[in-house]
Design a protein around this ligand. Structure first.
Ligand SMILES: Cc1ncc(COP(=O)(O)O)c(C=O)c1O
Length: 392
């Protein structure tokens, strides 16, 4: 690895040169089964033919023009994306390049909504302990994990963290005179694949609606079909006992299958808040990213595609639970987003799996995280799980 890179990553000793489906190949031609999707990004796996073709075609025509001009490709992508989120009440979208950038946009949107309606001082954003919202200073300020904060203060003012699951604490924190929004991952990804309880999300939605505090879901990791519904928050709708509507949703990661893109979606209350000049992004939603995003959205919208993701997720959960392995603790997840607690160092386990040709990632010191590409087959899942079991 070149020594000119800043020292920000613990990179594993492998260099991939190509991929195909759920497999990656290193310089020596050794193959690896990918249970990570580049941290939930390669939603359609590697070298997905329709995605590669759309990118090739778009690159040969037009990669970028800037948001000074109109783009039919971006318009088609935006329409499809809003349609995919219409069930959650989304009406408009702003396109960005990453999860952190999408969350920054969401925070700006919430603050402006509150300022215009209630005046200054009502700008607080409540987030959950254990949350992860990104690495820019404000997304980091929203992130409820101290380990990411050290060395980087001062942070953006106006964030308050509450323990997940504690409805009383949430009730106290959502002070309507000071609070613009609640930002929550329906399933916390980075801190261990931790789904919020249904009653908690229902209570949060009710409190937010009563107090005109914006309910914002960070679906950067859990969105775009990863959990078996287009948005993970959809799985909380019926259980809530009433049909709640999120006000803002952020997406990124898997949305364009590996081409950088992020999205801020706005529901009925927030759709007209931003005015021209309020927010922008040079690359945001350029024709190349949009062309890739269209393929992902069209693929995920196919009949049975999301049901297949749910089935594959159940296959993973039931297989691991059936092992009754003494080294495995809790196993949890939705769709193709699984967290497995083990009794030893998860990083060491991942290193051993790499040697055996299986790619895994961690989510905390003792949790293995599985995020395989949506196109993985049942047989490939069994192959990867078999390797994990042998390693355990
Ligand atoms: C829930 C969530 N939000 C935000 C982010 C930040 O995304 P990005 O790395 O694209 O800025 C992540 C990244 O892991 C995430 O999991």
């Amino acid at each position: 690895m070149s020594s000119v890179f800043m020292n920000t990553y613990h990179r594993l000793p492998v260099t991939f040169t190509r991929g195909e489906g759920a497999w990656l190949f290193d310089q020596a031609g050794k193959k690896y089964l990918d249970f990570t999707s580049g941290i939930a990004v390669n939603s359609l796996g590697h070298a997905y033919p329709a995605l590669a073709e759309a990118i090739r075609e778009q690159a040969a025509k037009l990669i970028h023009t800037s948001n000074y001009y109109q783009s039919d490709t971006a318009a088609v992508f935006a329409e499809k994306l809003v349609a995919a989120c219409a069930g959650a009440g989304m009406k408009k979208v702003f396109l960005a390049n990453s999860g952190a950038e999408a969350n920054e946009g969401a925070i700006k949107l919430a603050r402006k909504y509150s300022l215009k309606k209630y005046g200054s001082g009502r700008h607080r954003i409540v987030t959950l302990k254990g949350s992860f919202h990104g690495r820019t200073i404000t997304a980091l300020s929203a992130t409820g994990q101290d380990r990411f904060h050290k060395d980087f203060g001062p942070f953006t003012e106006g964030f308050l963290f509450v323990p997940p699951g504690d409805i009383d604490a949430l009730d106290r924190a959502l002070d309507p005179s000071a609070t613009a929004g609640l930002l929550v991952e329906a399933i916390q990804g980075e801190s261990g694949i931790v789904p919020q309880r249904e009653a908690y999300i229902a209570a949060a939605a009710k409190l937010c609606a009563e107090r005109d505090i914006l309910l914002m879901f960070d679906e950067v990791q859990s969105g775009v079909g990863r959990t078996g519904t287009f948005l993970a928050c959809e799985q909380y709708q019926d259980a809530a006992g009433f049909s709640f509507r999120p006000d803002i949703i952020t997406l990124a990661k898997g949305l364009a299958g590996g081409v950088p893109v992020g999205a801020v979606l706005a529901g009925g209350k927030t759709e007209h808040v931003f005015e021209a000049g309020d927010h922008a992004s040079t690359f945001g939603g350029n024709p190349l990213a949009a062309a890739a995003g269209i393929v992902v959205l069209e693929t995920v919208a196919r009949t049975e595609f999301l049901a297949e993701i749910r089935r594959k997720g159940e296959q993973i959960l039931s297989a691991i639970k059936s092992w009754n392995h003494p080294r495995i603790g809790d196993v949890r997840g939705r769709g193709l987003m699984t967290g497995i607690d083990i009794d030893s160092d998860a990083s060491a386990f991942i290193g051993a799996a790499l040697e055996q040709g299986l790619l895994l990632i961690t989510a905390g010191p003792h949790t293995i995280r599985l995020l395989p590409p949506y196109i993985i087959t049942g047989e490939e899942i069994n192959q990867g799980l078999g390797l994990m079991r042998e390693l355990l």
